[in-house]
Design a binder for this molecule. Structure first.
Ligand code: TMP
Length: 403
């Protein structure tokens, strides 16, 4: 059962105001096989905390429903590899990590990268059994479950000295932040570097990336909210770095207050410059609904002109878009995706089949909407034949454009 969220995760305030809603939406990554039941629908509404500026969903779906069999696999794209390189360089400017524990380790790609770049002891924590099995096959010890203090004790007994704890795009999925911080206390010694990477709420608001709002992402993090969260903890923010990955992310490095290392200037600079208000969210909401109306209008006009349209990238973002647009396979015939776990399944709530990327050049539709807009440059290069044969791309974010 889902539960109603009423108290701010970062500062504990119960004065949360509703600032954005997409009504009832299915779970964005619940891609069902033809014989399976489609996902249930849950409210998708953002609440804003005026005290610490955290955005958070009003509805929390339990991890057992979201992650027991999870099709999201860390991208194998060149864009992601380049990001791993940049992140590793940033980490190496702080420490020489020999032992690495990753929270939300998915199929083990980042840990594999860490091992190839000098880490000698690695372990992961992830609730998705199907992905943990993949990681096991790569020789990466993976503890099954979400991070809590018990899980932290288990990981700690396997790896008692951890130089680096990494949580890439997982903190925004966590419901109980107090428990998360207490679990970090179990995992870390005073020299451990903690690296938390999440989508940055300022990029979300600026580029109107409303399609990154779905039930897995329980929170939309500001640096100010992180400051509130850590106030009474043994950790402090050490450094903040912005990265372009996934439409704009922040990497927040934490260190133990007893580390003896002073925080980097980026923390105070970004805390000072970050101003987020309820009005920003209200404006974002209006722009998001205008974006949905514009794309729907374009699709319906193209269909009236007898054009064929498909989607490319069955990302969670595609589920949000397609359900907000209220389109079916009558308008978008199929969605191509390179992830084998998603192929031969359906976009949740929209009943549109997901097929292999080869279908783009086999079927040669007039238009392909790129729902994986964060990888558009790479996809466009890979699918050059589609353009050469006269196909056109529709890219919906940051601004709707036809290429
Ligand atoms: P993500 O933005 O949530 O990582 O999702 C991107 C989706 O796009 C993912 O399902 C994989 C898919 N994809 C392709 O099908 N081809 C590609 O070349 C790339 C980069 C991604």
């Amino acid at each position: 059962m889902w539960k109603l969220h009423t108290k701010c995760r970062a500062c504990g305030s119960d004065k949360l105001n509703s600032v954005f809603s997409l009504g009832l939406q299915p779970l964005a990554n619940a891609f069902a096989k033809p014989s399976e039941l489609q996902s249930a629908f849950y409210p998708l509404e953002v609440l804003f905390c005026p005290l610490c500026t955290l955005g958070q969903l009003s509805c929390t779906v339990p991890p057992s429903t979201l992650y027991s069999n999870y099709p999201y696999v860390t991208s194998k794209s060149e864009t992601m590899q380049a990001h791993f390189e940049s992140l590793w360089k940033a980490i190496k400017s702080e420490c020489e990590p020999e032992s690495v524990c990753e929270i939300g380790s998915n199929d083990g790609d980042f840990l594999n990268f860490a091992r190839a770049n000098g880490a000698v002891a690695i372990c992961g924590i992830d609730p998705a059994e199907n992905l943990a099995e993949e990681a096991d096959r790569k020789g990466i010890q993976t503890f099954r479950g979400v991070l809590d203090q018990d899980m932290a004790k288990t990981a700690f007994s396997a790896m008692p000295v951890i130089d680096l704890v990494v949580a890439r795009h997982v903190f925004c999925h966590v419901d109980d932040w107090q428990e998360f911080v207490k679990s970090l206390e179990v995992l870390c010694n005073k020299n451990t570097l903690v690296v938390i990477e999440v989508p940055y709420v300022l990029d979300l608001l600026k580029n109107v990336e409303f399609d990154t709002i779905y039930h897995e992402h329980t929170s939309y993090l500001s640096i100010k909210a992180m400051q509130f969260l850590l106030e009474d903890s043994p950790f402090q923010m050490h450094k903040v770095i912005r990265f372009p990955i996934h439409g704009g992310a922040i990497c927040i490095m934490l260190r133990h207050r007893k580390s003896g290392i002073d925080p980097h200037d980026s923390v105070s600079q970004m805390l000072h410059s970050e101003q987020i208000t309820e009005d920003d969210w209200n404006e974002f909401g209006m722009s998001a609904h205008a974006k949905i109306d514009n794309l729907r209008e374009l699709v319906l006009k193209l269909k009236a002109d007898k054009k064929s349209i498909v989607g490319y990238g069955a990302s969670a973002k595609a589920t949000v878009w397609l359900n907000s647009l209220k389109l079916s396979r009558d308008q978008v015939a199929f969605v191509c995706d390179s992830t084998s776990q998603k192929q031969n399944r359906f976009v949740p709530g929209a009943d549109i089949p997901i097929v292999d990327p080869g279908a783009l050049t086999r079927e040669l539709p007039d238009y392909a909407i790129c729902w994986a807009w964060n990888f558009f440059r790479e996809i466009q290069t890979k699918e050059v034949l589609f353009r050469e044969k006269g196909g056109k791309w529709i890219v919906p974010v940051p601004e709707l454009k036809i290429v």
